[in-house]
Design a binder for this molecule. Structure first.
Ligand SMILES: C[S@@+](CC[C@H](N)C(=O)[O-])C[C@H]1O[C@@H](n2cnc3c(N)ncnc32)[C@H](O)[C@@H]1O
Ligand SMILES: [Zn+2]
Length: 1009
């Protein structure tokens, strides 16, 4: 038994870099990984959950109170694993335990017998009663359990786990993962494969005529559709297929695309006809017809504005279905663009144009839906409507509701997100799953329901076709439900992604990969009203909702409506607080979303903070007094952080440690505009003693910079950078503050947390500037002699914050994978995800740092930065040309840079102003004399700052204006060291591979020695 006063390992040290490496890698592990059982958004990696759990469960051997039995057992058992030499001293033993934790974070070892046994044995040695009484494994409690990473890992390590979540879909996943799989082991997988095969046979039998084979023996595997609208230009009236790209397949070995011709039959509206062709170059493929909800007519070129596109689609409930006349002729609605088939004796996928047979099958599916509904109505509407008629989320607002735009397109019921054929197919699979004979407990049924969820994910009308990989994507490429103009409909049993076999196999593999454990406990519960009695948990470890980042309840309704139809009446699939609610509970969900109400009160920041405080207070209540807590958090805004921290402190906790762990795949987040960071900070906390002392503000302020400085140094050594580093500093800062019952000024005024956090951001920003520009800048306020100006400080801090933890360039332009490409194409009117160039940061973060460092953001608006919709963009140097050189110079620079971009190279040599190379002055288009771009005249034109001069030099470098550049550089050498100091600092800060960095480095080479 670990005495209360003995520190846990995670309170003193943690293998940050090693665990980060494994956690980031885990995201790309597919088969058998528990996250593939069923989609849940923003799951924590198992690697970090496992590692932090061990750090919390094991005592620090260097602590004088560390139980001797634990140390003895650790020395004995650690020898069983390679690389963990326990040595002879306590410090060596600590190092060996940390090494074990780092190694065991590797997914490849997660089911390794030796690692499992050693970790379980050491948990037991730490927690067994000293008097030899019966051992009860420690209880780990997670009240926001979601997809279950934390409780699952607790089971792996031999603990008891109690998981709860408010959300019914999460609860069902948790039940399968924590109860069904451990209880039944691999035989559940066998049963699932058997049941799955029968379901597939039944579905195939019932649905065969809806997916007819081609007369030539070909088998369709996916139908590629476009929603359509009508052109409203006078005299046109053509149908506009909404298509974002006419590519069908981009594989080098099989390039296929669509091209069109316009037919103008007499007396009728013009019409577009397609053909499949083999493009040789990108240029041959026509551009799409829709961007940001604006549609362009292929027949007359007119543009249909977003309001009209929405209104037309809304009239068709989103327009995913075909509209037929009484004779079965298509008159509107979705249009088939192409059908992907497999042909006997041929390898690879084949693309053909649609035929009448394809439409006839759709018409048959519509008739089946109508029959299903008629039957249900005849039967007095008993039970659930066979087609999900529950309402979709209204969306909107500036909080979590941003994720939903479906209602704007008339998709008011969940059923509207599916084509008629998809509805029949899902309904058939769901019913086949639920009709199976009941044996023993309901494990096989709930596990089969996971398969239904997966089929829905790949079987909605908001999935798109991946042209490079030739597969059907899933609905949730990101944590949102956007419209998809041209969507793909997969054949459920074809040999393609998203098929039924795949769904069964993925699920079965998760079951098979579980190494065996005791089973956990799951309960649907609100974290602010926890079901456990007082002082029962050894560990309270949770990953709470991230402010406004993920609207879990609304998102999960997508699955709930189908799961309910697969498991009618299942006790977990209901709102425990409101029996009349057909969807997931919304009122008590902890999320910042002002469009939602709790007892008439908008769920704003204060509401979120209070809810967190109540959940943390509950955590403190259920935790034993010798217990430890941990909270995972990752959010890109300081507001999200303040709400969480204030909740923790009000809930009665004190923070005793914090570890940032990289949990995201590098490079993914930025282009998704996700509100998450690449690292999640794991805060380690203890219940704050009731008799905690009152702190002195002056002492706290004295201690803060030292703690932050030391911590930044350590983290930088572990590869943590930029915004990740900023938020990782909150841990030690809070350690200083939260150990007191309250902190008071000399006058006896209580210091509020937000006031303290202002100081924290300031100290972090100052320390960062000290690192990048040297001490003087960090101290500088406006006008302090010897310091660089505000714009230099702003730029440096901006670039510093932007640095990514993985050390890669954080440039927005490159490195997109196919999923992200899809997200870009969706309707996104006014979203912050603009295509504008330059680096961006959340406004809130920039503001926090700028102000205490004496930077007046407003003053630099349009000169150095540009703020739009809560996002600040650092202007690329090329966009500053007009400011620096006037209109004509800018024109020449722009033309040259564009030309260079088209060639794919930014020339470092060559001439930007070819005429100017010969003559000192350029004739502008208006016949005015061009400005002289030498350094001296620049300084004279306006009080040029050091940053202006560095940027000017970069532009001269870009233009190959060697003479002007040399003149400027020489002038700078006479002037003083600032220019070079800043240029060198910026060179270190601009992302690798960015245009700016290349220009800077080339310019620096030109500096005379
Ligand atoms: C960040 S997620 C947890 C993710 C989980 N750690 C995983 O790896 O999948 C937060 C969870 O809190 C749940 N939640 C939101 N409000 C809640 C409340 N009031 N009580 C309990 N759970 C709630 C959401 O449903 C969501 O699953
Ligand atoms: Zn037209």
């Amino acid at each position: 038994m670990i005495p209360k006063g003995c520190k846990r390992l995670a309170e003193v040290d943690f293998p940050i870099a090693e665990v980060s490496k494994h956690a980031a890698r885990e995201k790309s592990i597919r088969h058998g990984h528990p996250s593939t059982l069923h989609l849940w958004w923003a799951r924590r990696p198992l690697a970090s959950s496992r590692a932090v759990l061990l750090g919390l469960l094991w005592p620090d051997p260097c602590d004088p109170l560390c139980p001797a039995e634990f140390k003895a057992e650790a020395r004995r058992r650690l020898r069983e694993v390679g690389g963990c030499n326990p040595g002879t001293t306590d410090a060596e033993l600590r190092a060996a335990l940390l090494r074990f934790i780092g190694d065991f974070a590797n997914w490849d070892l997660a089911a390794d017998r030796t690692y499992l046994e050693v970790s379980r044995a050491l948990v037991k040695a730490a927690h067994a009663p000293a008097d030899g009484g019966t051992y009860e494994p420690p209880l780990v409690v997670d009240p926001f359990a979601g997809g279950g990473s934390i409780p699952l890992e607790a089971l792996r390590l031999g603990c008891e786990a109690f998981a709860s979540d408010l959300n019914p879909v999460a609860c069902l996943i948790l039940k399968v993962m924590l109860e069904d799989i451990p209880r039944h082991g691999p035989k559940l997988a066998d049963e699932l494969r058997r049941a799955g095969a029968e379901i597939k046979r039944q579905a195939e039998r019932e649905l065969a005529d809806l997916y007819p084979k081609d007369p030539d023996g070909g088998t369709p595997i996916a139908y590629l559709w476009a929603r359509t609208v009508r052109c409203e230009a006078p005299g046109c009236g053509a149908e506009i297929p909404l298509v974002r790209s006419f590519w069908l397949c981009k594989k080098a070995s099989r390039r296929r695309a669509l091209r069109h011709r316009v037919e103008r039959p007499n007396g009728q509206s013009p019409r577009v006809e397609f053909e499949v062709f083999e493009p040789k170059t990108e240029k041959e493929v026509p551009g799409g017809t829709v961007t940001r909800a604006k549609a362009t007519c292929l027949c007359c070129g007119a543009v249909l504005p977003p309001e009209r596109v929405r209104a037309q689609l809304a009239a068709e409930r989103g327009g995913a279905d075909v509209i037929f006349d009484a004779n079965g002729r298509r008159t509107g609605g979705a249009r088939l663009l192409a059908v992907v088939t497999l042909r006997p004796g041929e390898t690879g996928r084949h693309y053909r144009l649609p035929t009448e047979r394809d439409y006839a099958a759709v018409r048959e599916a519509q008739a089946r839906v109508a029959a299903m509904l008629a039957e249900w109505e005849r039967g007095g509407k008993q039970g659930l409507c066979p087609v999900p008629d529950e309402p979709t989320p209204a969306g909107g607002g500036s909080g979590a509701g941003r994720a939903f735009s479906v209602q704007r397109y008339g998709m008011l019921q969940w059923g509207n997100l599916f084509t008629a054929r998809q509805k029949v197919a899902l309904r058939t699979v769901a019913r086949a799953a639920h009709d199976r004979p009941q044996t023993g407990d309901d494990a096989i049924r709930t596990t089969t329901a996971m398969v239904v969820g997966r089929c829905a994910d790949y079987g909605s009308a908001i999935v798109s076709w991946a042209q490079s990989g030739e597969f059907v994507r899933s609905t949730f490429g990101r944590q949102a439900l956007p419209i998809v103009w041209d969507f793909a409909e997969a054949v459920p049993w074809s040999d393609a992604s998203g098929n039924l076999d795949g769904a069964i196999d993925w699920t079965a593999r998760v079951v098979e990969a579980w190494p065996g454990s005791r089973s956990g406990q799951l309960q649907a519960a609100d974290a602010t009203d926890h079901p456990l009695p007082d002082e029962t948990a050894h560990l309270w470890f949770t990953d709470p909702p991230y402010y406004d980042a993920v609207p879990y309840a609304d998102l999960s309704d997508f699955f709930l409506v189908w799961l309910k139809r697969a498991l009618p009446g299942h006790p977990l699939l209901r709102d425990p607080y409101d029996p009349t609610n057909p969807l997931t509970p919304k009122r008590r969900e902890a999320v910042q979303d002002e469009t939602k109400k709790d007892d008439g009160r908008a769920k704003d920041r204060d509401w979120f903070e209070e809810t967190m405080a109540r959940a943390f207070a509950e955590g403190r209540r259920v935790l034993r007094e010798d217990g430890v807590g941990s909270v995972v958090f990752a959010h890109k805004t300081t507001e999200g952080w303040e709400a969480l921290l204030s909740g923790m402190i009000r809930g009665g906790w004190t923070i005793v440690g914090s570890w940032p762990i990289a949990t995201e795949r590098p490079g993914r987040l930025r282009s998704q505009e996700s509100a998450a960071l690449a690292t999640s900070v794991h805060l380690i906390c203890r219940p704050r003693p009731d008799d905690a002392p009152v702190g002195d503000w002056a002492d706290v302020l004295r201690e803060l910079p030292r703690r932050v400085g030391d911590w930044m140094e350590r983290l930088q050594g572990e590869g943590v950078r930029g915004a990740d580093l900023v938020f990782a500093c909150i841990g030690p800062a809070l350690e200083v503050f939260s150990r007191y019952a309250k902190v008071e000024t000399a006058e006896g005024r209580e210091v509020r947390l937000d006031e303290y956090l202002e100081k924290v951001w300031e100290v972090v920003g100052r320390t960062a500037l000290e690192n990048v520009l040297g001490t003087a800048e960090a101290r500088a306020r406006n006008g302090v002699a010897g310091a660089l100006e505000e714009d230099a400080r702003l730029t440096a801090l901006f670039l510093w914050t932007l640095q990514a933890s993985d050390g890669e360039a954080a440039d927005d332009s490159g490195g997109k994978d196919e999923d992200e490409e899809a997200a870009d194409d969706e309707d996104d009117d006014g979203g912050a995800r603009g295509k504008a160039k330059g680096f961006t940061l959340v406004y809130d973060v920039v503001r926090r740092f700028a102000q205490p460092l004496g930077v007046d953001l407003a003053k630099w608006e349009t000169r150095v930065v540009e703020t739009k919709k809560g996002v600040v963009r650092l202007l690329p140097v090329a966009e500053r040309t007009t400011q620096l050189f006037g209109e004509d110079g800018a024109h020449a620079v722009a033309a040259r840079l564009e030309e260079a971009a088209a060639l794919g190279t930014i020339p470092l040599q060559g001439t930007l102003f070819p005429e100017m190379a010969a003559a000192p002055r350029l004739r502008g288009r208006g016949g005015r004399a061009a400005p002289d771009v030498a350094g001296e005249s620049l300084a004279a034109a306006r009080e040029a700052t050091t940053l202006d001069r560095v940027h000017a030099a970069m532009l001269l470098q870009a233009g190959g204006r060697t003479n002007a550049l040399r003149a400027l550089l020489e002038a700078e050498q006479d002037r003083g060291p600032d220019f070079l100091r800043l240029a060198n600092a910026l060179s270190a800060l601009y992302p690798k591979g960015s245009e700016e960095k290349r220009l800077l480095d080339a310019m620096l080479l030109a500096v005379p020695r």
